[in-house]
Write a protein that binds this ligand. Structure first.
Ligand code: EPS
Length: 387
């Protein structure tokens, strides 16, 4: 059973599209739940003026009827409310007005490499697609994946660990209850004191015309062991997760479980010992592996962390070169966000959910959601899984 998704769309074009293929028929969708994730991606202290314009909402164009999936590809449209302001510059068809070209690539952005690779003269032909606006379509697709996972008892969450130089204190293993209310924090941080310091740092650096990066964590609860596979490199769940998360704009690093911490510890302090009881079945007392062993889920909560670089559009631009004259020039100055780490964490949830949905489809097959649930029950029964 293949599951895949793709997105299309430019940041200031008419809109974004996601197509999700391979969900079973009969899955119940709730419009409000889908839109809630779209709104969560727009949250976070440090967003710029654009978020006052956009009110992202999911418009289903195919594959769903009366709230139930049909088993056919689901096409989702997310309109760009800013488009009317860009109608001349981004119109798919020739316009009378002359659109001024951008010739000053931003260090850290796709601008220069994209320009050279595709033979454009206008940097806008690259930056419009490279923009993280595209993540609105990923979140729409991710919301569909989350609905499928929820039917299987799986939930995906995220929270911010660091913005700029402010780090939230280390916490021991997080449970579902700890994550409730994280969206009430203006930076989606579980520690209120660290959250307040993050807000201060964002405000201070914004005044200095700076942008900020940071780190976030995505967790998934309720997984069965055996998603992904040790038998081939491209079936390994950890590899799929790393690719999916690092594909998010501005993400420069991904770690699974306590990756960087355990690298320096002796082996006896790096793994999760195995226990069995009649009551719980298989279980662990620690989760250093972040729910991943041998490229497969092991049934413990999945823990994925990501590092995001500071956004590369700066209101005090860095040095660049005019691509036409080859003379030194300041990089493009555009309206921008100060930080988008809280939003990126929501996108991280979506990418993790899409990978997990893929693995469940691969593992359990089935054309109707009831087939999938029956296969899940049979698998749990066979392995004696009691959670
Ligand atoms: C982005 C630049 C900003 C962000 C945008 C991503 O857009 P604009 O240039 O229109 O102000 O707001 O993010 C979104 C629009 C979004 O929905 O997340 C960039 O260059 O990546």
């Amino acid at each position: 059973m293949s599951f895949r998704f793709t997105t299309a769309g430019e940041s200031h074009g008419p809109g974004l599209v996601a197509i999700v293929e391979g969900l079973p028929a009969g899955l119940e969708l709730d419009h409000e739940t889908l839109d809630r994730d779209m709104a969560r991606r727009q949250l976070g202290h440090g967003r710029g003026g654009r978020m006052k314009i956009e009110r992202d909402a999911v418009e289903i164009r195919s594959g769903v009827r009366h709230g139930l999936t049909l088993g056919s590809p689901i096409a989702v449209l997310v309109a760009n409310r800013d488009y009317p302001n860009w109608d001349q510059r981004m119109n798919p068809w020739p316009v009378d007005a002359e659109a001024e070209e951008v010739h000053t690539p931003r260090p850290g952005h796709a601008d220069l490499a994209g320009l050279l690779k595709f033979g454009h003269t206008d940097v806008r032909n690259v930056l419009e697609r490279a923009s993280a606006r595209e993540t609105a379509a990923r979140v729409a697709a991710g919301a569909l994946a989350k609905a499928f996972l929820a039917a299987l008892g799986v939930s995906v969450h995220s929270h911010v660990l660091q913005i700029g130089s402010v780090r939230a204190p280390q916490r021991d293993e997080l449970g579902l209850n700890d994550l409730a209310g994280v969206d009430d924090s203006p930076v989606r941080c579980l520690d209120p004191d660290a959250g307040a310091l993050m807000v201060e740092e964002i405000d201070r650096l914004r005044k200095e015309n700076e942008t900020l990066g940071g780190t976030f964590e995505v967790l998934a609860f309720g997984l069965v062991p055996g998603l992904g596979s040790h038998v081939a490199w491209d079936q390994r769940l950890d590899a799929r997760l790393a690719q999916a998360v690092v594909s998010i704009q501005a993400i420069k690093g991904v770690s699974l479980g306590e990756a960087w911490e355990i690298a320096g510890r002796p082996g006896s302090d790096a793994h999760d010992e195995i226990f069995f009881s009649e009551e719980h079945g298989w279980f662990r007392e620690t989760n250093r592996a972040g729910g991943l062993e041998g490229g497969m889920s092991n049934g413990e909560p999945l823990v994925v962390r990501a590092a995001m670089k500071p956004l590369s559009t700066l209101t005090q631009p860095l040095r660049s070169v005019d691509t036409e004259t080859k003379q030194p020039a300041e990089a493009l100055r555009e309206r921008t966000d100060s930080t988008t780490v809280p939003a990126a964490a929501v996108v991280g949830e979506s990418m993790v959910a899409l990978v997990l949905a893929h693995c469940y489809r691969e593992k359990l097959g089935g054309d109707h959601i009831d087939d999938v649930l029956a296969a899940l029950d049979a698998y749990k029964e066979r392995i004696g899984w009691r959670r």
